[in-house]
Design a protein around this ligand. Structure first.
Ligand SMILES: Nc1ncnc2c1ncn2[C@@H]1O[C@H](COP(=O)(O)OP(=O)(O)OP(=O)(O)O)[C@@H](O)[C@H]1O
Length: 230
């Protein structure tokens, strides 16, 4: 990561189509936006408008058809190709994902679910466990650290999943409907946590949501319609 003053996410005239000919779908038709460190941005739009496509491109999971993606000022995709050969380590070091359903591994405790990500990034078992416990305490689920996912409530499981997404101190956090399975009070708790992380870790956070309960909790809301920002 290079320029400290650059926006953490710079998405410039990104186009993405799936398929060719009769089956071609133009999912993004020239989308540009930036997200700065410390910002929590909502991404809204009807089903099929391209939200998941945006998230997957920012997360370096999906290549655009054209356009440019920069992360912290560094070109990651431009001129029709990835500029980095180590996308997996870029993702591990830079990006945290949070999903609608927590996607915790059912056979691991809360601590081990979080520690696993740190082990993948090369931390020792002891360090990984210690940091996992700290994070679970930070997210107010320290008392559930030895529980398995099936023993957790929906709100607890989502907080463990957020701990996992934060484990490697990512500067960019991408969340796909993180509050959809939660009641209003728990949704607010999750949004408060994300806000705290954005400020304390100077992270850029993008949250895909249909959830009207949390729409006033963003610094900005980007609205997609048919692959274009309105
Ligand atoms: N792998 C794929 N192959 C073909 N078409 C796809 C693929 N993924 C998405 N699409 C199409 O691209 C468009 C945008 O999809 P995308 O999943 O980004 O929308 P979305 O706004 O996230 O929708 P939802 O809210 O329903 O999740 C849709 O028309 C979708 O059918």
């Amino acid at each position: 990561m290079t320029d400290p003053d650059a926006p953490l996410i710079a998405f410039t005239d990104v186009r993405k189509h799936y398929g060719e000919g009769e089956t071609r779908v133009d999912a993004l038709r020239g989308v540009s936006f930036t997200v700065a460190a410390g910002e929590v941005v909502g991404l809204r739009g009807p089903s099929g408008s391209g939200k998941t496509t945006v998230l997957n491109i920012v997360g370096c999971i999906l290549a655009p058809s054209s356009g440019e993606l920069r992360l912290a000022g560094e070109p990651v995709f431009s001129d029709g190709r990835w500029r980095r050969s180590d996308l997996r380590s870029l993702r591990l070091a830079t990006i945290g994902f949070i999903f609608q359903f927590h996607n915790l591994l059912p056979f691991l405790t809360s601590t081990d679910n979080v520690a696993l990500v740190l082990r993948l990034a090369g931390e020792s078992a002891g360090t990984a466990k210690r940091r996992a416990r700290e994070l679970l305490a930070y997210l107010d689920v320290g008392h559930r650290r030895d529980a398995f996912p099936a023993q957790l409530s929906g709100g607890e499981a989502q907080r463990v999943a957020i701990a996992r997404a934060l484990a490697n101190r990512p500067r960019i956090i991408l969340a796909d409907e993180p509050t959809a399975a939660l009641d209003s009070q728990r949704a607010q708790v999750v949004m408060d946590l994300l806000r705290r992380v954005a400020v304390e870790q100077q992270a850029a956070i993008v949250v895909v949501t249909h959830d009207d309960k949390i729409v006033d909790r963003f610094d900005r809301v980007l609205e997609l319609r048919d692959g274009l920002l309105i």
